[in-house]
Design a protein around this ligand. Structure first.
Ligand SMILES: [Zn+2]
Length: 292
């Protein structure tokens, strides 16, 4: 197995010469991959490890992923504890190049009992601008001759995110304050909550791998009724059994699908990072208008 793996590695390092003029960048998951693509444009070769509609919480890397890392010129991760598997993957690949933590410089949200850092920082468009800036700087460090392209594409992305941030704030402000409450199936909107003033009630903790007990479900049903929430949201990455059950138990309707940790496929409603923020906001605003 080990020998086969090394053979594949050698073969790939020979065949990669076709891309020798473009830096090969690896991004850990689809939302980050889109940001890297926005800034890198045609000047890079991009590989994203965890694709559209895939749950990053449930990811486990394979030898093929180590091969991809081994031939990278830059690896881009979210950081804040999101990619717990990355360090071991990098060690096993032998990769010794730069690793960019795209969230570097954002103000981390510490939440929960016991307290932990929430890693879903991309849900705040202002943080997204910081990601773009960090990606731009990292690309220029490995490929200075194309700095002009990285600069101009990053500037366009930052302008779009600034406009989007203002639009989200105006959408939320159109909802009366006491109606700004939503229920989702996993607690990935803490940064959105902090930035835009919406309260999220999430039955599952920070990770998608924990299942609530029957008693927890019963208390959620009570909570849904007490809060007069009219909709529960499902997520594209989760097994949505819980949300469906809560909906049946309470007569609450399913508000739609929110995209938290992964993009939709290319033909879907959240095929890019900005489309994701826009789609989620539209869905949430429509549901919150119906809250009592
Ligand atoms: Zn998550």
């Amino acid at each position: 197995m080990q020998r086969l793996f090394i053979a594949v590695l050698l073969w790939l390092s020979c065949s990669s010469s076709a891309y020798a003029d473009k830096p090969h960048v690896v991004a850990s998951f689809s939302i980050l991959g889109d940001m890297v693509a926005q800034v890198g444009g045609d000047d890079i070769e991009l590989t994203t490890l965890i694709g559209a509609n895939s749950d990053p919480h449930a990811f486990s890397p394979s030898p093929a992923h180590a091969v991809t890392i081994a031939r990278a010129d830059l690896v881009v991760i979210n950081g804040l504890g999101f990619e717990g598997w990355m360090e071991r993957l990098i060690t096993s690949s032998g990769y010794a190049g730069p690793v960019l933590m795209a969230s570097e410089g954002v103000s981390p949200l510490v939440t929960g009992i016991p307290a932990h850092t929430d890693f879903h920082a991309w849900q705040d468009a202002t943080n997204g601008k910081r990601y773009i800036t960090n990606i731009r700087d990292a690309l220029i460090r490995i490929d200075a001759k194309n700095a002009a392209g990285y600069n101009s594409r990053a500037q366009a992305a930052i302008t779009e995110l600034a406009q989007l941030d203002a639009w989200i704030k105006s959408q939320i402000s159109s909802i009366p304050k006491d109606k700004r409450r939503l229920m989702t199936t996993h607690n990935s909107f803490g940064y959105y909550e902090r930035a835009y003033g919406v309260t999220f009630i999430a039955p599952i903790g920070i990770s998608t791998d924990s299942e609530p007990s029957a008693a927890e479900i019963a208390s959620l049903v009570d909570q849904l009724r007490a809060e007069h929430l009219q909709a529960i949201f499902l997520e594209n990455i989760s097994a949505n059994r819980l949300g469906t059950q809560l909906s049946v138990d309470t007569g609450t309707h399913i508000g739609g699908t929110l995209y938290s940790d992964a993009l939709s496929d290319a033909s879907g409603q959240a095929a890019s990072y900005t489309a994701l923020l826009r789609h989620n906001t539209q869905q949430m605003v429509a549901a919150m208008r119906k809250n009592n």
